[in-house]
Design a protein around this ligand. Structure first.
Ligand code: C2E
Ligand code: MG
Ligand code: MG
Ligand code: MG
Length: 286
């Protein structure tokens, strides 16, 4: 049989296997291939200071360029998480983000911080802190230039070890954001003990602003009371932005400002311009 031949390929031949499981296996196999063949890429979405409209940082969002198409992380991250290959993909994201910051610094003499999404399994990985630290060292990226985004559900899974790991990250100087805040099950009593720096209001609480604002207000007040930076996700229009502005939300992200962009477009829009501005002001004042 195929099993006797020493591989795990017997699973492909199980007649009772569902189509969904078969797709999953195929995806798993091609995720390994994708990693080896450099099929992943990062898009970047700006985070904007709501008061000034200026970019303050960005989020790296992974895409898979497969057979001429860009595949959304929503369709492959869950498989990568189930199979464990997310650890390797996550390492690639960390490495790539550090490299990008190094390149920006070299090319534009100016870099902006990058926020990296860390999945629940990746967060549990014992090597995570060392991986991030080593990549930052390798590319000479100051820790303040990196922020880790983790969902509340991932944090609450094993709260005591999460607290330990977050302290390790904070001690190195990395920023920590709770992603999709309000959609998981956060225990408010633990929130105080988590050494986080940023809270991201999930876009489902932003989408119905300003009419439905109870949850968004509450999260904003909670975040302010805890002394955190607050980022509103998924801002798509002026009315949402105006409401957030009056409520003192500092940072915004969403299609209203920009979709996530391929790196060349991101650089042309947010870094090359910055350089021009710098040079212009140098000329003006010298
Ligand atoms: P997330 O971290 O909450 O990222 C925000 C998602 O909302 C992104 O989807 C972004 O494109 C989308 N978005 C931003 N602004 C708007 C808006 O105004 N309206 C709407 N409707 N959507 C907006 P994306 O890129 O498809 O990523 C989906 C999720 O996949 C991310 O959610 C994150 O959980 C995961 N993900 C993305 N990149 C990575 C990665 O490198 N590693 C891991 N582990 N997960 C990733
Ligand atoms: Mg995120
Ligand atoms: Mg989010
Ligand atoms: Mg999300």
């Amino acid at each position: 049989s195929a099993k006797a031949s020493g591989s795990n390929q017997w699973a492909y031949f199980k007649p009772q296997m569902t189509q969904k499981a078969a797709i999953r296996l195929r995806t798993e196999a091609s995720l390994h291939y994708a990693l080896k063949n450099d099929e992943f890429l990062l898009h970047f979405q700006p985070k904007v200071d709501i008061k000034t409209g200026k970019i303050v940082s960005c989020e790296a969002l992974i895409r898979w360029f497969k057979d001429g198409q860009l595949i959304s992380p929503l369709s492959f991250i869950p498989v990568a998480e189930d199979t464990g290959i997310i650890i390797d993909i996550g390492r690639w994201v960390i490495e790539q983000s550090c490299k990008v910051i190094r390149d920006w610094q070299r090319r534009y003499n100016y870099a902006i911080p990058i926020a990296i999404n860390v999945s629940p399994l990746q967060f549990l990985d014992q090597g995570l802190v060392a991986d991030i630290k080593q990549a930052a060292l390798r590319y000479q990226v100051p820790a303040e230039m990196l922020e880790i985004e983790i969902t509340e559900t991932a944090l609450m899974e094993d709260i005591e070890s999460a607290i330990t790991k977050l302290h390790q990250l904070r001690n190195e100087g990395f920023g920590i954001a709770v992603d999709d805040f309000g959609t998981g099950y956060s225990s408010l009593s633990y929130l105080r003990r988590l050494p986080i720096t940023t809270m991201k209001i999930d876009r489902c609480f932003v989408s119905d602003l300003p009419e439905e604002s109870a949850i968004a207000s509450t999260i904003l007040i909670l975040g302010q009371q805890l002394g955190l930076k607050i980022v509103a996700e998924g801002i798509e229009n002026e009315r949402q932005l105006a409401w957030l502005q009056t409520q003192g939300c500092q940072i915004g992200q969403g299609f209203y400002f920009s979709h996530p962009l391929p790196i060349e477009r991101f650089e042309a829009t947010y870094l090359a311009k910055q350089e021009t501005t710098k040079q212009e002001s140098k000329l003006e004042y010298s």
